[in-house]
Structures are given as C-alpha cells and as structure tokens.
Design a protein around this ligand. Structure first.
Ligand code: CDP
Length: 250
C-alpha cells in the first residue's frame, strides 16, 4: 500500500502483472447470466458480474407513455437505470440523479442501434435496469443484462450487445475494472461492441489514455465483449432448453 495524503492507495498492479483481485490484465471477473429470471416481465435477465448484481426487465413493444414521445417511423427505447439504496457501501439517495439519467440515456442509445426499431412504429420498448449490488462496471453489466432481456422478450435485433469496461490502472491497460481500479486507476472506458460486425456503439471515457493506448483498449474491448457474448448466448440457450419445464412449474 502506498499513501497519498490521508488516502491509502492500493498497489493496483504487482510487478508480476497481478491485479488487486488476483486477475491478469486481460481477464474478466466471473460472470453469470440467467435469462428469463422474472415471471411478469415480457423479457428479463439477471446478471452477476464480479460483485455486481443487476436485474433487467423489458416490456413491449407497447403503447408510448408519455404520448408526446411517440415516433411515427420507429419504436422509442425508454431505459431506466436505477441503483437500489442498498446497492453501495454508503446508502445511495433513492431516485433519479444525473448519473442515472446519463447511464439510462447512453444505454437506450446503444440498444437503439441494434434493435430493429423501424419494425414497431408508434410503440415503446421499455427497459428497466435495477442495480441491486454495485462494484464498478454496473452500466456494462446493465447493458448486457438489458440486451439478454430484449432477446428473451423476442424483440428482433441485429445481434446481442455485450459491454465491458477497459481501463488503465497501475500504468497498464486492464480489462473489466474492479472497484479499486475504478477509484484509483488512471482511466475508465466502458464500451459496447456488436460482436458480428465489430461496430462500436457505446464508448465513454473518464481519465486519460494516449492514442496508442486507446487503439489497444479497443482491441481488448473486442476480446472482452466476445467472452461476454458467449455467456449471453449460453444463458439464452439454457433458457430455451429449460423453458417447457419452467412453464409447467408455473
Ligand atoms: O458502475 P459504473 O462503473 O458503470 O459507473 P461509475 O459511475 O464509474 O461508478 C463506479 C462505481 O462507483 C459503481 O459501480 C459503484 O460501485 C460506485 N458508486 C457508488 O458507490 N455510489 C454511487 N452513487 C455511484 C457509484
């Protein structure tokens, strides 16, 4: 542990290239995805990603509320990302704040680029993301969950949309920042990449990286999102494999 003023700053990367949680620079945290976790939503998904726990529920296409948001040529995707009051160490004040609004907006825009919205004019596709436990990377876990929930709802999409954050911590580029790296690292770049085409549909950046590091970070994002994609597809396969017995049990 080094120290800066009163704050203890952990050593984010050992000389051997090991991170605070034992991972290598190009390793993801463990990810578990369950498609169709909720009974009453049209589509849903539950994601555990490291210590993050996120539920996504999808409704629609359905009537647009409020009415003035209706669009004649396409569906609107309305997304609400919310962090539960008990999801973080210090109780989060419930309700909408600027951060939740920003995350809701970027997730809705990313999803709009993969959903065939033109097929459902004058409707709304409503996406709810509830963060039950947060530990860095909740927007990526939330977007990943929302995308599986959309597929579970049977909404036509170009492809699933996996997301991951790449960052810089301890002087190196690292895949899937943990909380210490998010707090004390040099940069955080959450991104979402359409797997088949490689199209980047969400990229945000906090902190600084060089142009070369940015190019390398995007490559790491492609590798990382491919791994997330495999988990998403497996979750949907498991859902369909178990669907008849699940229905029977209800
Ligand atoms: O969660 P994500 O990395 O997408 O967004 P962030 O704004 O970079 O937040 C990083 C982390 O800070 C979150 O995942 C939470 O663990 C934490 N956080 C918090 O403790 N209290 C808040 N009001 C917001 C975020």
């Amino acid at each position: 542990m080094g120290s800066v003023g009163a704050k203890e700053v952990p050593v984010l990367l050992s000389p051997e290239g090991v991170r605070t949680d034992g991972r290598r620079v190009d390793e993801l945290r463990p990810i578990r995805i369950e498609a169709g976790a909720l009974k009453h939503a049209d589509g849903s998904a539950y994601v555990e990603w490291g210590a993050n726990k996120v539920m996504a529920a999808v409704y629609g296409p359905r009537e647009v509320h409020p009415r003035h948001l209706q669009q004649n040529t396409k569906a609107v995707i309305q997304c609400k990302y919310n962090m539960a009051a008990f999801s973080v160490d210090e109780r989060k004040r419930p309700g909408l704040d600027r951060r939740s609004q920003e995350i809701s907006k970027v997730i809705a825009e990313a999803l709009e680029s993969v959903v065939f919205v033109e097929e459902f004019p004058r409707t709304s596709i409503d996406v709810y993301i509830e963060v039950l436990q947060a530990n860095a990377g909740t927007r990526c876990a939330g977007l990943t969950a929302a995308s599986v929930a959309l597929a579970d709802a049977g909404i036509p999409m170009v492809d699933l949309l996996p997301a991951v954050a790449v960052g810089k911590a301890g002087g190196a580029l690292v895949l899937d920042l943990n909380k210490a790296e998010d707090n004390f690292g040099e940069a955080d770049l959450p991104m979402a990449i359409v797997p088949q085409s490689g199209r980047l549909v969400l990229l945000q950046m906090e902190g600084h990286v060089t142009q070369e590091e940015l190019a390398r970070a995007l490559e790491m994002g492609v590798q990382g999102t491919r791994q997330v994609y495999d988990k998403m597809r497996q979750a949907l396969r498991d859902r369909y494999a178990s669907a008849p017995s699940a229905e029977a049990a209800q």
